[in-house]
Design a protein around this ligand. Structure first.
Ligand code: VG1
Ligand code: CO
Length: 538
């Protein structure tokens, strides 16, 4: 067999962030950059030798190049069976599902999520472990350590593997199976949801799903149009493009502004949803109504046990620390455990594997259940369709009823992007130093009950994560949180999260506006960064 040991130089910047290694295409395309990272994964996951590996990505620029490299390296590292999506495509949740179903020892998911794509855009590589979950911090730390001293990698010299044709071939003793990227995922969705009820609901209701020229197009087309009978026009921007059509496939009020605007017109559809680059995020909209991700999680928690895949009820729910506490209120009413974890889906995985969770979510437009170990955009859209189909209510009616019962957690996230590292550090350090003196202080009638740097001890394996965000808590009433993003590829981004609880839902967001002012006086974010306000408000 033509396996080569290639000499290489280590790179010092291969530390995975919130969700894998994310870099500009220019960085990734440097000589041996990708090879080094992949080699480090194989060295730290010896179980891959003789086992099955899942492989696919969001179809962005460089996806096709990277897949060929990984196939050749997998063969050299003794992988017995490679399951790869046709055209090199797999959405993040579909990849997680396949790792589970095929009992693979792991999988590579090539994506930089919603970050812009193309030669001048970003690329990313994520390794998920057996069971489909994101690599835990201990593993990503070990991988990073290996990359710092690497001087050789192993690769098979093989001709390019054709990925457009479905089927199996044998290359140097490794079975390469090119699969339809949608099949297994679509089957799973049909098991979890009441497709007959959704089909019937779609006879008299209209949905729009915007795939934003990213990976969910083929998934949404198959499920919504072919399986559920929605009209062709229901799925927009359905063709995955290497540059995502030049857009920014981040489903939020800013980057999906057209869809948001349409929902305020008299002829608005009954439900609109959008997903991101790799298909794990979701935005849910109703006529004249945006469902904040924290509310979406809470509503699904309240209704999930009425859907076929969840009839046994919820074992527990979880949210990332900055995510609104709307779901906590539902968990309390249902008497199910509610966990608070650091930002990043990897922190849910142990709880899911241990059978403690059915549903989890993040404020960053991420929701999913125990069917996979990733967030799942299309799953969330289908869950909402199913809930609406059986509730007989419109989306705005459902929201009103929810807030009446549980109260309303107003929520906003403010992103300050493109900050020099030193400025971001100064803001974080300044607030951190001020935290101890804040407890007991009053700000316009709100009393600080807790102010700390969030640390988390995993209840399953006892591992500890520190420095996960600075939080100022005003009892059940409000929270202000500040943390630094771990997914950027250049300068620093700070995220300010605001949450205000209204036991009696108010007519406008005046409480939140007021909280934003308090947040500035406490964090000095604008003052210290020299900005007038955030770059992005979602
Ligand atoms: C962001 C979100 C986080 C999410 C992560 C990956 O991380 O805040 O909730 O898990 O992106 O999502 P950060 O560190 O930039 O705040 V995705 O859709 O990029 O895989
Ligand atoms: Co994503």
């Amino acid at each position: 067999m033509s396996i080569e040991l290639c000499a290489t130089q280590p790179y010092s910047d291969q530390k995975p962030g919130t969700a894998g290694l994310r870099k500009t295409v220019r960085t990734i395309a440097q000589p041996n950059y990708l090879e080094n990272f992949v080699e480090a994964v194989f060295r730290n996951v010896p179980e891959l030798n003789g086992a099955c590996l899942v492989l696919g990505g969001d179809g962005r620029h460089y996806n096709a190049v990277a897949i060929q490299t990984i196939i050749a390296m997998a063969i050299a590292h003794g992988v017995r069976h490679i399951v790869v999506g046709q055209h090199g495509w797999l959405s993040t949740p579909a990849a997680s599902l396949l790792i589970r179903e095929r009992e693979a020892a792991g999988g590579f998911i090539l994506t930089a999520s919603h970050n812009p794509a193309g030669p001048e855009g970003d690329f990313g590589i994520k390794f998920n472990v057996a069971g489909g979950g994101q690599a835990p911090a201990a593993l990503t730390d070990a991988i990073h350590a290996t990359t710092r001293s690497l001087d050789q990698y192993r690769i098979a010299r093989i001709p390019e593997v054709a990925l457009d044709i479905l089927g199996e071939r044998n290359v140097e003793g490794t079975r390469i199976e090119v699969i339809d990227p949608v099949d297994a995922y679509a089957d799973c969705m049909a098991q979890l949801f009441d497709f007959a009820a959704i089909r019937q609901w779609l006879d008299t209701h209209r949905v729009v799903f915007d795939a934003m020229h990213a990976i969910t197009g083929p998934y949404a087309r198959r499920i919504l149009i072919e399986m559920l009978g929605a009209p062709e026009a229901s799925v927009r921007n359905a063709e995955p493009l290497p540059d995502f059509g030049g857009g920014h496939p981040d489903p939020n009020l800013v980057y999906a502004a057209e869809l948001v605007q349409e929902m305020h017109c008299p002829a608005a559809p009954d439900l609109a949803a959008a997903s991101d680059g790799d298909g794990d995020r979701n935005m849910i909209l109703g006529p004249g109504c945006f469902v904040s991700p924290g509310d979406s999680l809470a509503v699904l928690a309240a209704h999930l046990n009425r859907l076929p895949g969840y009839r046994e009820g919820l074992r527990g729910v979880a949210r990332s620390m900055p995510t609104s506490r709307a779901v906590d209120a539902v968990a309390e009413a249902l008497d199910v455990p509610c966990f608070e974890t650091p930002t990043g889906w990897k922190y849910f995985c142990n709880l899911l594997d241990d059978g403690r969770l059915t549903l989890c979510g993040e404020e960053s437009f991420g929701t999913s259940s125990d069917h996979v170990r990733e967030k799942d955009g299309l799953w969330a859209a289908l869950a909402w369709m199913n809930v609406l189909a059986i509730s007989g209510q419109s989306l705005p009616e459902l929201m009103q009823a929810h807030w009446q019962r549980f109260g309303r957690h107003r929520y906003e996230r403010h992103d300050y992007e493109g900050l020099p590292d030193a400025v971001a550090d100064a803001v974080m350090d300044g607030l951190k130093a001020a935290l101890p003196a804040l407890v007991g202080k009053h700000f316009d009638g709100l009393e600080v009950t807790q102010a700390d740097d969030f640390a988390y001890v995993d209840p399953v394996d006892g591992s500890r994560a520190e420095g996960q965000g600075l939080r100022v808590v005003f009892g059940h009433q409000a929270r202000i949180i500040l943390r630094r993003s771990g997914t950027g590829t250049g300068s620093a981004t700070l995220r300010l999260y605001l949450e205000y609880f209204e036991a009696e839902p108010a007519a406008d967001d005046a409480h939140l506006r007021h909280l934003a002012k308090i947040a500035e006086s406490i964090t000095q974010l604008c003052a210290r960064s020299g900005r007038d306000g955030p770059d992005l408000r979602t």
